[in-house]
Design a protein around this ligand. Structure first.
Ligand SMILES: NC(=O)c1ccc[n+]([C@@H]2O[C@H](COP(=O)([O-])OP(=O)(O)OC[C@H]3O[C@@H](n4cnc5c(N)ncnc54)[C@H](OP(=O)(O)O)[C@@H]3O)[C@@H](O)[C@H]2O)c1
Length: 337
């Protein structure tokens, strides 16, 4: 058995991670942390009939685990990650703290200085469909943001085949369920503000997630600065859909594009490429750990990709466990399908 701990167990991603781990045949939960409800029980905070005691992060028995999932807000995650690495424990960090390779870019977007910039070069960006070989070897996994997961999976086949027009904008129009903002109540996520409403926020190039998208698109040989990203909040609990508009550098047929996506993601257990003529919707992936993609050729050099995930599944906890499985040499989809 691989022994694991979860920091931030009371949040949406922490709770979702524990739900998956409870059914994982090779992983055993050794501790779950909370600061505000340390001494309490997870079963008091969620409608479940199982009890998991909550302890403060300072009391986490790092000597008893092989890996930890850090499900903490950015900024707060750094100290838990550092403590785990010092104890030689492998880390899967769901926050943004280790996704950006450059500490000054991190400071620009997150408004705080990075406390352990020396660990940034050790961290591997956790998109298995793109980075599997590096994920296998790493001790510090930076789990991607939910929006970037949709946009990068939508773009990857085109980047790999060098088919994106380098002079044209890449427009990602994205929608998220409200759990994407975490469990803590805020005015923006208040029922009355969200219900029967659809709100764009931080559109253009101003949402923090664009930084990791730009980084990855550049790393994959594209022009990251061509990205325009417009997230929206929709009145549903969970789910995410990005509709991505791109110009191609070559003229293709619909079959050629579909074959490219099907071949790029062949044998990827959590990828679902829809047949031509079908469109990915949120319902394709809600409460699953899958990513569903559809491709629609508008003109021979203009394509729309719809990318659907559950923000807490492939967008967070599901992807984190997928990476954990890769890191520990297990079947990648274990406990996820
Ligand atoms: N929600 C998503 O769809 C999603 C998707 C991808 C990535 N993420 C990332 O995953 C991380 C967790 O997100 P979430 O949605 O699960 O958040 P959340 O629901 O707000 O939960 C946050 C957790 O962190 C703990 N916490 C809060 N402030 C803390 C602090 N200063 N020090 C230590 N612990 C603290 C909370 O514990 P107590 O209040 O019990 O002390 C709670 O367990 C974030 O970095 C987020 O950006 C979220």
């Amino acid at each position: 058995m691989i022994k694991i701990g979860v920091f931030g167990a009371t949040g949406y991603t922490g709770f979702e991670t524990i739900k998956i781990i409870r059914h994982h045949p090779m992983a055993q939960l050794m501790f779950a942390t909370s600061e505000s409800t340390a001494g309490g029980n997870l079963g008091d905070l969620y409608p479940v009939d199982w009890d998991i005691p909550l302890i403060s992060a300072a009391n986490a028995p790092l000597d008893k685990v092989d890996a930890v999932f850090c499900c903490l807000p950015h900024g707060a995650s750094m100290s838990a990650v550092m403590a785990a690495r010092q104890a030689n424990v492998r880390v899967i960090d769901l926050s943004a703290d280790f996704r950006l390779t450059n500490s000054s870019v991190y400071q620009k977007w997150y408004g705080i200085a990075h406390e352990s910039p020396q660990l940034l070069s050790e961290a591997v960006y956790g998109l298995p469909e793109i980075n599997r070989a590096k994920i296998r070897e790493t001790n510090l996994l930076a789990n991607p943001g939910c929006y970037p997961t949709t946009v990068l999976l939508a773009l990857y086949p085109l980047l790999k085949a060098k088919l994106l027009d380098p002079t044209a904008s890449i427009i990602a129009d994205s929608k998220s369920g409200v759990s994407g903002a975490g469990r803590k109540a805020t005015l923006k996520t208040h029922f009355v503000e969200v219900n029967e409403n659809l709100s764009p926020y931080n559109i253009g190039q101003s949402h923090r997630h664009i930084a990791e998208m730009i980084q990855l698109v550049n790393e994959l040989g594209g022009v990251g600065d061509n990205l325009i990203f417009s997230p929206h909040l929709v009145p549903i609990s969970r789910g995410m859909l990005s509709t991505v508009y791109v110009s191609l550098s070559d003229k293709l047929t619909a079959d050629m594009v579909h074959n490219l996506y099907a071949e790029t993601y062949a044998n990827q257990p959590l990828m679902w490429i829809l047949p031509l003529g079908q469109l990915a919707t949120m319902a394709h992936t809600q409460r699953t750990n899958l990513a569903a993609l559809s491709v629609t050729l508008v003109k021979p050099d203009q394509l729309i990709i719809c990318a659907s995930i559950d923000n807490l599944g492939k967008g967070a906890a599901g992807q984190a466990v997928q990476c954990f499985n890769v890191m520990f040499g297990l079947k990648e989809e274990t406990a996820l399908i």
